[in-house]
Design a protein around this ligand. Structure first.
Ligand code: GLA
Length: 392
């Protein structure tokens, strides 16, 4: 359906056939909150909702982009990229420009292209629409410029665009999940070795993931997001005086913190506590899933939300309200905010039979507190980014 619509609209807009169609999904992040940039362990998964892109190469090096739902249009010329582009084009277009910049920095020669983008992935809500856009463009350039990139290289190009072009100090989790996701599987990733394992969510046909939108919009570049990697580096530096072998907080154990934590200022001690314990939770969560123990996995998800709220301070009251309401309903395994937090969505892992009860409990509690009902959708764990259509 979407593919036919894209082909039709692409022809109307550019007067020629689509050469390639890409689908790049958003992700949920059930365990491993704010851990990737400390080289710890995360467990995201790709979801149904995605960015779709139709493209055809151009000989003149121009990139012409029309995004249906972002109502943005833009054009830039390769290979020279105007670093001031952000002032000339809409902010959304900085993502494809950042990707082109990162690909060229890595030594690739890029073709120009006409591009049409459509998305059913909510933006600025913790589902990583930015990583999905980045991965859609990496795959599009790979196809039209005849490049061959590994999944890891694709994720790293997206992260480089994010870190060095867009100025967000994020880790690799989101791009990695968008590229490596597989239906019904969680992506268990070691963010230091970058080795990953796909872990099946047990009882998948009987479970569902509800996404409840707090309505509070957040952008990583303008939220507190960037201060957290900074705090983790600071805490590491202080602890290094006593633990010279550590590189990041991933290397710190609970015993280390017990012994040396008092050298850290109180705020940094709480940040470190979250990272150290969250790493253990993700590993324990992976093991619980392998034993088919969804209830234990759910308990780790709850602890992750509580630790993010109390120690990492990346939740907000709207999200805490949604989580607390969901937890009270039998059949809810766990709930925690998506991505970086500070707003956006609450992700709730539930038994399918409990979906409507959990939704009602969240909607009522939220309405009582904030006078509005949060939009919700039910998603499923889906395949990662791929070329899904070529010129017929
Ligand atoms: C955002 C970032 C990720 C990760 C999460 C928090 O989604 O893009 O790299 O740090 O926040 O887990």
């Amino acid at each position: 359906m979407i593919q036919n619509e894209l082909r039709k609209q692409f022809y109307q807009l550019f007067g020629r056939e689509t050469a390639v169609i890409i689908r790049a999904p958003g992700r949920i992040s059930l365990l491993g909150a704010h851990i990737d940039y400390s080289e710890g362990f995360v467990m995201p998964a790709a979801i149904e909702q995605a960015v779709w892109l139709a493209a055809a190469p151009r000989e003149d090096g121009q990139v012409v982009i029309q995004a249906i739902n972002f109502e943005e249009k833009g054009r830039f010329q390769l290979p020279s990229l105007n670093v001031q582009a952000s002032s000339v084009v809409g902010p959304w277009l900085n993502y494809p420009i950042g990707v082109a910049w990162a690909l060229q920095e890595a030594g690739h020669t890029l073709s120009g292209m006409d591009v049409l983008v459509i998305s059913d992935l909510p933006m600025e809500s913790g589902l990583s629409s930015s990583a999905a856009v980045e991965m859609a463009f990496v795959l599009a350039w790979e196809a039209v410029s005849r490049l061959t990139l590994t999944g890891l290289e694709k994720a790293q190009i997206g992260q480089k665009a994010e870190n060095e072009y867009l100025g967000v100090g994020s880790g690799i989790q989101d791009q990695f999940a968008s590229v490596h996701g597989l239906a019904n599987q969680l992506v268990y990733l070691d963010c230091r070795t970058l080795e990953h394992e796909l872990i099946c969510l047990p009882d998948m046909p009987k479970t569902a993931v509800i996404l409840a939108d707090s309505g509070v919009r957040r952008r990583l570049a303008t939220s507190n997001y960037n201060s957290r990697p900074e705090e983790c580096r600071e805490a590491t530096e202080i602890l290094k005086a006593h633990l010279p072998e550590i590189h990041t907080l991933r290397d710190v154990t609970p015993d280390d913190l017990e012994l040396y934590g008092h050298h850290l200022p109180e705020v940094l001690r709480r940040r470190a506590k979250h990272v150290v314990e969250e790493c253990l939770r993700v590993r324990a969560g992976a093991s619980a899933l392998k034993h088919g123990d969804l209830a234990a996995f759910g308990r780790f998800i709850r602890q992750s939300q509580i630790s993010s709220r109390d120690h990492y301070e990346s939740s907000i009251p709207e999200l805490d309200t949604l989580a607390a309401a969901a937890w009270q309903v039998p059949g809810c395994f766990g709930a925690r905010f998506g991505g970086g937090g500070y707003g956006g969505i609450m992700q709730v892992l539930v038994e399918k039979t409990a979906v409507s009860q959990v939704q009602t409990a969240m909607a009522n509690a939220f309405e009582q507190e904030y006078g509005r009902r949060p939009p919700m959708l039910v998603t499923s764990i889906a395949n990662g980014a791929a070329v899904v259509g070529r010129k017929e």
